[in-house]
Design a protein around this ligand. Structure first.
Ligand code: PLP
Length: 347
């Protein structure tokens, strides 16, 4: 049975938040280039946007070194996670993943008729790849890997994950959610995308919501073996849910390296500041490869959320392995200072 769960406030909308640090959004977005593209695209809103979408898909295919037929677009990666879950699990089967992990695909897989096989993380909060491999049986339809993993922010060692993918994808497809990969730094920060172009049954999923600051504009994509993508698209069309304005914004953001670099630099600076402040207060955050950070708290998670919200700071709280944790997203430096003073106010 699952070892982690999330706490929710009874009415999270009640209080105005001065620092919204609860959804791992990018406080600097959308990029100016994307805003301009949205404005210019509005006039074309009477037409379907297939031509523009295929032009974006061409660029993605070049970047990821795959054929256009291996790519499926979605209004955010959530849409893709959920569509994969529906199609793969509508006839049963099980999904193997880490616990804790990002629950979008798993929740839908369960509702569609699948069974979740949660596998506890290692003590460094990486995926326990040996245990995951052992959990696979004849009914396993998919392995979900979230790397770096939400809500823990940890990265699974690249060489181990690559060996796992090469071996295990011969038995069952592996879906790797790399929503935060572009924000990760250090030698272990390696995408598994090359395995797709090398022909392994691996699917990689990316989003414009994080490093590109477009969570509200909704664009994401996944790429994998053409057979895998075809199976999903036979039932649920990719791309139909994305507006022309969002496609044009994504197209602009895709080539906006300076915005992405700025985001990464500021995100790293905020993480260093928050981590140092938390440690001074005696907290022990998990080293983060993402735009959020999680640390154990000595208070009931729900009470903690309420106390932070009362000070206008929105965060998330989890119970993981019988301990309560706070997950805080990186906002602007000013917002992180508000977070630090709020947490000082309750500890
Ligand atoms: N995958 C992970 C690991 C996430 O944390 C999130 C959002 O927080 C998503 C996917 C979904 O993002 P979106 O639907 O905005 O692409």
């Amino acid at each position: 049975s699952p070892l982690s769960r999330e706490y929710f406030l009874d009415d999270p909308k009640e209080t105005k938040l001065f620092a919204k640090l609860n959804a791992n959004e990018n406080p600097y977005g959308p990029p100016a280039s994307a805003k301009k593209a949205v404005a210019e695209a509005v006039d074309g809103g009477n037409r379907y946007a297939w031509r523009e979408m295929y032009s974006l898909v061409d660029k993605i295919a070049k970047k990821e070194n795959v054929d256009v037929k291996q790519i499926m677009m979605g209004p955010g990666s959530s849409d893709l996670l959920e569509k994969v879950a529906i199609v793969k699990f509508m006839e049963g089967g099980n999904i193997v993943s880490a616990d804790p992990t990002y629950m979008s695909m798993i929740r839908v897989a369960e509702k569609a008729g699948g069974e979740w096989k949660p596998v506890p993380c290692t003590k460094e909060w990486a995926h326990d790849l040996d245990a995951m491999e052992a959990a696979i049986d004849e009914n396993t339809k998919l392995v979900y890997v979230c790397n770096p993993n939400n809500p823990v922010g940890a990265m699974t060692p690249a060489a181990d994950l690559e060996a796992f993918c090469k071996r295990v994808s011969k038995k069952v497809p592996i879906f790797i959610d790399e929503a935060y990969m572009e924000l990760a730094e250090g030698p272990e920060a390696k995408s598994m995308a090359h395995l797709v172009s090398e022909g392994y049954d691996v699917v990689v999923c990316r989003t414009f919501s994080k490093i590109m600051g477009m969570a509200g504009l909704r664009v994401g994509y996944m790429f994998g073996k053409q057979e895998f993508i075809d199976d999903i698209q036979k039932i649920t069309r990719g791309g139909m849910g994305i507006s022309l304005t969002s496609i044009m914004a994504a197209d602009a953001a895709f080539g906006d390296d300076s915005f992405q670099t700025m985001t990464k630099t500021k995100n790293t600076a905020c993480k260093e500041y928050v981590s140092a402040e938390l440690k001074k207060m005696g907290y022990d955050p998990i080293p983060s490869y993402t735009n959020f950070m999680i640390f154990p708290i000595d208070m009931d998670g729900k009470e903690f959320l309420k106390k932070m919200q009362d000070q206008g700071v929105g965060v998330r709280a989890f119970n993981i392995m019988d301990k309560d944790w706070c997950r805080v997203s990186m906002g602007t430096m000013d917002e992180m200072k508000m977070f630090v003073s709020a947490i000082k106010g309750i500890s």
